[in-house]
Design a protein. Structure first.
Length: 233
């Protein structure tokens, strides 16, 4: 899927108030995307996980759990972008993003509350990290952070995917209703909640030898053994 610099979606951002958030204009924690000769110089690598928080008593706790888990693994909130009125409960209720730094790896964690069927929690970073000398290390960071977020989710975990500009593909998948998937997907990283593992079948999910399968809390993760070129050029 080619980059689309004009794609954006409404999101409440604690950094700039109500408005439109576009990862191509600025990905919190990763800086501005540049243009050269009419070409995009960098794009985002994203994780999106669809969750049903409807069975939880109040919205703040699930997001608190995720933030606490990121902090526990050594990530820190980038205070350069925090307004004085920062509250995690605001992100839980209205949606928004927090910039983090894990070692020397900057990323954004965000929450989009359910407007139709499901909420989503997301991780995003610039793909420029995967063009550097330490690209294998940064890939490891991204995967470790993704697993931490998945394991920390206390709602009903449905499905997740990570790839380049995955937030676009993720919302295409949501239109099909991710809870009704009956075939494995073939993104860079694919997460299946326990319900989908039962529905699709673990043997069917594990049958694709291009992927390495790992059991996580409340589901499984499948990572492509050969990192696709669009993720790591």
């Amino acid at each position: 899927m080619p980059p689309n610099p004009f794609y954006s979606f409404p999101l409440f951002s604690i950094f700039n108030g109500f408005g439109t958030y576009s990862p191509y204009a600025q990905c919190p924690g990763t800086g501005f995307v540049g243009f050269q000769g009419g070409q995009i110089m960098s794009y985002t690598i994203d994780l999106t996980i669809f969750v049903d928080f409807s069975g939880k008593a109040g919205p703040p706790k699930p997001i608190n759990d995720i933030v606490d888990s990121l902090l526990a693994m050594g990530a820190r909130i980038d205070e350069r972008h925090l307004p004085a009125e920062f509250k995690i409960s605001l992100i839980s209720e209205q949606g928004g993003a927090i910039s983090f730094v894990y070692k020397d790896f900057e990323f954004s964690f965000s929450h989009v509350p359910a407007k139709t069927k499901y909420s989503s929690v997301n991780l995003s970073c610039s793909n420029t990290y995967f063009k550097k000398d330490k690209k294998e290390i940064y890939l490891g960071y991204f995967i470790a952070l993704s697993k931490t977020i998945w394991n920390a989710i206390s709602g009903r975990k449905l499905y997740g995917l990570a790839d380049h500009e995955a937030y676009v593909m993720a919302f295409e998948e949501e239109k099909k209703d991710v809870a009704k998937l009956n075939e494995p997907t073939r993104f860079w990283i694919n997460f299946y909640g326990d319900g989908l593992v039962k529905q699709i079948g673990l043997e069917k999910i594990a049958a694709d030898k291009d992927y390495a399968l790992e059991n996580l809390e409340g589901g499984v993760m499948c990572v492509m053994k050969q990192t696709p070129n669009q993720v790591m050029p």
